[in-house]
Design a protein around this ligand. Structure first.
Ligand code: ME8
Length: 529
């Protein structure tokens, strides 16, 4: 167990001009699974999420509603925080960019960059995507036929006297860093996109705006407001107090830097993979280990968007909680989501099929069959039997249980650590599939009809119970509540002092331990649409 090794993971900070929806829940849930897995492995985890509260969009939305931007930010940030609570998330902090602790540190960072000449005053003319509040390079604008890649609206030609970040000065250092760190951006396909754009040449980027006021004023030139993206990116560093290494916050948290993962959606990769590392280089701060850019949830093959009104919103998500439970939702997010380079279609039918196949027919069925038979034949106590050299199945060359589960457990943990959450889930579930196979092959319920077979039945059911227990340990980061339920029924809750691998070691369930009947997932009606 890698006790006390720090592990920092972040989500994007979400815009407060939008309501929380499946996309926000998705990224944050993935990070939560990772954070829980690393904590279970004994790591010293810091999991950060929060809200992005400045900028033109918030100023506009607030104006439309006739309230101040701060009032809008307070209201929607509170909504995000409340919603995150519903998903059983274990974030260690929730940062808001309107908090003094963030604003004062952003100013400190910017002052340093002004002093070093990395930020300078200049004039800029370029193609601007108003929806994204982002300048687009001339080459890229041409490729896009002068339309936004996100909204399809025409790009506008904008001129501004602004402060600029000398991004162009970091071209060579960034390229060298990327070459030396081939897993800096994942998945690999996304990294290739970034590298292609970087090779076209980097231009300096404006870091202030004068067309709105809702933001952090530039030190000594408050009519210039720090561009929301620069302000927002710094959240990952301000949450740990990095602007001032001698601060109480830094003393408490600086050890978490650098992040193991910045998890984001693909649309904001450029900021995280290029601008953020360059800003960090300029501030002399170590590079994050990985920027993981997942793809999008889509709906019936179409992008989910506010204008189409086809977002899986909170009330819809809550209807899934009511029908299938929170842990089933988390299972679907972790195993079926757009974690690779492909978008994933959210379909009620597919959700139901996955729930029934993996959770009802596999996980719950094994936990339930095993506990029922133990109750029936062994008075609800773990039977006494030696399973130390028992093979997992009758097939020739089948591994012995203890070796199979030890191998599966370390593979599962490695998958979690590598942010391969679907693979982690599948590896852990393969233990349950083996339990299922053992029951089907040996039919203990038939053997038990002859009392002479009871020692063999004891051995089979002891192996099944231990297999279910080990799988429940390994699946805890994805389904914390249901796995705790199974582990409690099997008389073996995870002790705080256990690491994941120690808790998953074969033989943890001692003979005589009371085992209660349990069925963690129930069959439910298929959706009609
Ligand atoms: O971009 N599928 O905030 P935001 C999956 N404030 N994930 C999705 C999604 C979808 N259909 N839609 C959104 C911002 N997301 C900035 C970030 S960070 C310094 C500043 C998720 O509220 C995904 O993680 O628009 C995406 O990157 C994020 O929500 C965008 O959230």
């Amino acid at each position: 167990m890698s006790r006390s090794l720090p592990a920092y993971i972040t989500t994007p900070i979400y815009y407060v001009n939008d309501r929380p929806h499946i996309g926000h829940a998705y990224t944050t849930t993935l990070c939560d699974v990772w954070a829980r897995a690393m904590r279970l492995d004994g790591r010293d985890v810091f999991f950060l999420t929060g809200t992005d509260e400045h900028g033109l969009k918030v100023e506009k939305s607030a104006k439309e509603r006739g309230i101040t931007p701060q009032a809008l930010a307070d209201e929607n940030s509170a909504e995000f925080r409340k919603v995150m609570g519903l998903f059983g998330l274990t974030n260690d902090d929730f940062i808001r960019t309107t908090e003094p602790r963030h604003e004062s540190q952003v100013k400190q960072f910017v002052e340093k960059l002004l002093a070093s000449g990395d930020i300078y005053l200049g004039e800029f003319v370029g193609w601007y995507d108003e929806g994204q509040e982002e300048y687009i390079t001339d080459t890229r604008a041409k490729e896009l036929d002068y339309k936004s890649a996100i909204s399809g609206k025409p790009l506008v030609r904008a001129t501004e006297k602004n402060y600029y970040f000398r991004l162009s000065a970091y071209q060579a250092r960034l390229e060298a860093f990327f070459a030396a760190n081939p897993r800096f951006v994942r998945p690999a396909g996304r990294f290739n996109e970034v590298l292609g754009r970087v090779r076209e040449g980097l231009q300096d980027v404006p870091v202030t705006r004068t067309n709105f006021t809702w933001g952090i004023g530039m030190p000594n030139a408050p009519e210039h407001v720090i561009y929301v993206w620069i302000d927002a990116l710094f959240n990952y560093a301000t949450a740990l107090g990095l602007a001032d290494g001698s601060s109480a916050l830094a003393k408490d948290r600086a050890r978490f830097w650098p992040p193991e993962y910045h998890v984001i959606g693909k649309e904001i990769l450029w900021f995280h993979a290029v601008i953020w590392p360059a800003l960090l280089m300029a501030c002399d701060i170590a590079m994050p280990k990985c920027v993981y850019a997942h793809s999008f949830w889509i709906s019936n093959g179409q992008k989910m968007s506010k204008s189409l009104g086809n977002f899986i919103d909170l009330p819809t998500i809550e209807s899934y909680f009511a029908k299938y439970g929170l842990d089933a939702w988390r299972w679907y997010m972790a195993t079926q989501g757009p974690i690779g380079t492909q978008d994933a279609d959210f379909s009620p039918k597919h959700f139901h099929e996955v729930y029934t196949a993996n959770l009802v027919n596999t996980f719950a069925n094994c936990a339930s069959r095993t506990s029922s038979m133990i109750e029936k034949y062994f008075a609800g106590a773990m039977p006494t039997a030696d399973t130390s050299s028992m093979p997992t199945s009758n097939a020739s060359g089948a591994p012995i249980w203890s070796a199979f589960t030890a191998h599966s457990a370390s593979k599962t943990l490695q998958h979690y650590a590598d942010f391969e959450l679907a693979e982690a889930a599948d590896t852990a579930l393969s233990i349950v599939r083996s339990v299922d196979l053992l029951i089907n092959e040996t039919a203990p319920f038939k053997l038990a009809k002859d009392p002479a077979n009871l020692p063999r039945v004891a051995q089979i059911l002891a192996a099944c119970a231990e297999g279910v227990r080990v799988a429940a340990v390994l699946l805890t980061p994805i389904m914390p509540t249901k796995c705790a339920e199974v582990l409690a029924a099997y008389g073996s809750p995870i002790e705080a002092s256990d690491g994941m691998l120690a808790a998953a070691r074969w033989g943890g369930l001692k003979a005589g331990t009371p085992i209660a009947k349990c069925a963690p997932f129930m069959r439910v009606d298929a959706p009609t649409t």
